[in-house]
Design a binder for this molecule. Structure first.
Ligand code: NAP
Length: 275
């Protein structure tokens, strides 16, 4: 049997993961199969047990199960423990090992676009799963001041009570000055709601760089505003590819060359633009 990989989530109709991983298998000359598993909420544990039993090599986990699967892991990596979410599982000797490659994908995005982060002041919009990976990365890399902007102040204050962060509401955004990077970790502006932005144009005057984790459309209204205000602006497509590559490296115990990552990124970008 070909090596079995896949993605576990609730609704996967628009997922690019199968395309990305099949590109990796082609470029690496691997006989492997990547399947999209749409799972009902009460059966994730049974699916994981089944995949272990049939000898699957690894899976990715997406919305809404990244936090739920943590409790089923036999071993969990440091970044996934700190974030409290797993998006990549490796099955090894009947055990499940959990990782969070969104964390590594975000790091690779910053490095590709030469966005410096040491000692910087950061604003993160949103407080969901993606925001948690981005936040943990900035905490681990000595960023100076981190603001989290949320619609639900009370919930966010509880959630981040052990982290050294400032939590504020969207209405307080204008009071945040001298900040370097703003990251959109909300789905606001994602297809089909392409006329939405989580923040208005005038917010961007306080920043040097804007990153939107959204990759469809490739230029969101958030990034259009950022460009208009002269900011360096980057979307989330490279992060999406990079987190998939990081998962492949973990599953296959290999290092994938930058040239292959760039080839896959170009192919996904082309596919996205013509698709
Ligand atoms: P999530 O766990 O559902 O969290 C979404 C967050 O956005 C929550 O804090 C939510 O706030 C907030 N939010 C939702 N709609 C909003 C709106 N209209 N205005 C302001 N805030 C809003 O989702 P996620 O997994 O973190 O994903 C967030 C985005 O990142 C998605 O677009 C996803 O596609 C993208 N993403 C990209 C990558 C990549 O590799 N590029 C990886 C992961 C995620 P409330 O709690 O107040 O509802």
């Amino acid at each position: 049997m070909n090596d079995l990989f896949g993605l576990l989530g609730r609704k996967l109709g628009h997922s690019l993961s199968k395309y990305i991983h099949n590109e990796v298998f082609n470029l690496l000359g691997k006989d492997a199969f990547y399947h999209l598993f749409e799972i009902e909420p009460d059966s994730i544990d049974k699916v994981l047990i089944g995949l272990t039993a049939i000898g699957a090599v690894g899976v990715n986990i997406t919305i809404p199960y990244k936090c739920d699967v943590v409790k089923y892991m036999d071993i969990i990596s440091k970044e996934a423990t700190d974030i409290g979410a797993v998006n990549t599982i490796k099955f090894e000797n009947g055990k499940m090992i959990g990782f969070n490659t969104d964390y590594f994908g975000f790091k690779m995005l910053l490095e590709k676009y030469k966005i410096g982060y040491y000692g910087k002041n950061i604003t993160i919009l949103g407080n969901g799963g993606a925001a948690d990976s981005v936040l943990q990365f900035f905490i681990d890399n000595n960023c100076k001041k981190i603001n989290i902007v949320t619609r639900n102040l009370h919930e966010a204050k509880l959630k981040y009570k052990s982290k050294d962060v400032i939590i504020c509401k969207y209405s307080e955004l204008d009071e945040i000055k001298n900040t370097d990077i703003i990251v959109n970790c909300t789905p606001c502006g994602m297809y089909p709601n392409i006329n939405d932005s989580p923040v208005p144009l005038e917010v961007f005057k306080n920043y040097q760089t804007a990153i939107d984790l959204i990759y469809n459309p490739t230029e969101t209204l958030f990034l259009k505003y950022a460009k208009e205000q002269g900011l360096k602006s980057v979307n989330g497509l490279f992060m999406l590819v990079a987190q998939a590559i990081a998962a492949e490296e973990i599953w296959n115990n290999i290092k994938i060359e930058e040239e292959i990552i760039n080839k896959i990124y170009e192919s996904v970008l082309y596919n996205q633009q013509v698709g």
